[in-house]
Design a protein around this ligand. Structure first.
Ligand code: AVI
Length: 344
């Protein structure tokens, strides 16, 4: 091939990617976030005990650290769910038939490739709607997917789950499957879960699908190391939230004066991640006009990660008309993947 031929075929190829990619920034989301920016931080840091919304983990650095967490030897969640998907994606594709994949919190879309491969193998058209708050990650992973799957159409939505779900138009394919994998459901409080399930049912037509991945109950000695890894990546992820707040709200948190704490609350069946103040100190967030006093040893709750009982979550989903039609787990029963169908 001559240089000019190579250049022109490359241009055709790139154009083809552009034709198959649509990125929609949810403008309303930006406006809402901008108008309420920081009110959740003020609320969390002025109450007792203190807390911060886990959404503040995910600036660019936080998203990178989370990708690293997924690779850690102690963090069994990602590799266990990946193995379940690898084993059963073909079955999922056969059950749903031709279907549009909507993924909430798509990040790097690594696990989605397993589903795309399964649909591609059956010769189905591929249409993927990744939803993520980080427009940067959305675009770069969508472009890579479009290169790797030449028949794929991507319509990426940059914004929060709730706005994206509320704005989904009916699919052009015979069906739709909303995927919420990675056990992110565990980061929602029970009341938030209820609201979330309503948003999912509103975004589906009867008989369409919801694919849910959940981390299951298991002994403390497996759970706690997953959130206290030896390399300190989870600690860095937790502390990075303070750097993020400093940048975003002109704060002066000194990250060396806080430490990462994560433990399993056996009564609530949840991992709790905290940041513990190593001394009595005063922190200011100028953009929020906020001064916060910390006592020595005082903690900020930054995340809960709930662990589920399979029967209970199946019943909860059924009560919301999201009927589990097939459930898969690994041989240790550490992780569950539930394929649900919206019934009336
Ligand atoms: C995103 N989410 C499912 C992770 C979890 O396990 O709850 C977030 C995380 N926090 C610390 N490690 C990973």
């Amino acid at each position: 091939m001559s240089i000019s031929e190579a250049v022109s075929s490359n241009v055709t190829f790139q154009n083809n990617v552009e034709e198959r990619l649509q990125i929609q920034r949810l403008v309303e989301a930006t406006r809402i976030v901008a108008s309420s920016a920081g009110s959740d931080v003020v609320k969390g840091l002025t109450q007792t005990p203190k807390s911060l919304p886990p959404a503040y983990f995910y600036d660019d650095r936080g998203s990178e650290l989370f990708e690293q967490i997924c690779e850690l030897p102690e963090y069994y969640l990602t590799r266990t769910e990946t193995a379940i998907l690898q084993q059963y994606a073909g079955e999922i594709a056969k059950i749903t038939g031709v279907c549009e994949l909507v993924e909430l919190g798509s990040g790097s879309s690594t696990k989605t490739r397993i589903l795309l491969d399964a649909y591609q193998k059956l010769g189905y058209p591929l249409r993927y709607l990744p939803i993520d708050v980080s427009a940067g990650i959305l675009e770069s992973s969508a472009r890579q997917l479009l290169v790797d799957y030449p028949s794929l159409q991507v319509h990426a939505l940059a914004g929060t789950y709730e706005l994206a779900l509320a704005q989904l138009l009916p699919t052009q394919l015979p069906s739709r499957m909303i995927c919420f994998i990675g056990s992110t459901l565990g980061n929602l409080k029970p009341r938030e879960c209820d609201v979330f399930f309503s948003q999912v049912t509103d975004a589906l037509q009867v008989n369409e699908y919801f694919l849910l991945g959940v981390d299951l109950h298991k002994p403390k000695d497996i759970l706690e190391p997953a959130y206290n890894d030896r390399q300190g990546v989870t600690a860095a992820f937790n502390l990075n939230m303070l750097d993020h707040l400093n940048r975003r709200f002109e704060g002066n948190f000194d990250t060396t004066q806080f430490e990462h704490k994560a433990f399993y609350n056996e009564t609530e069946h949840q991992i709790e991640m905290h940041l513990r103040s190593l001394r009595s100190q005063i922190v200011q967030l100028k953009a929020l006009n906020l001064t916060v006093n910390f006592a020595l040893g005082e903690t900020i709750l930054t995340e809960i990660s709930r662990k589920f009982d399979l029967n209970t979550i199946q019943q909860q989903l059924t009560a919301r008309n999201l009927v589990p039609i097939q459930t898969w787990t690994d041989s240790n029963q550490w992780f569950g993947l539930l394929l649900c169908q919206l019934r009336v």
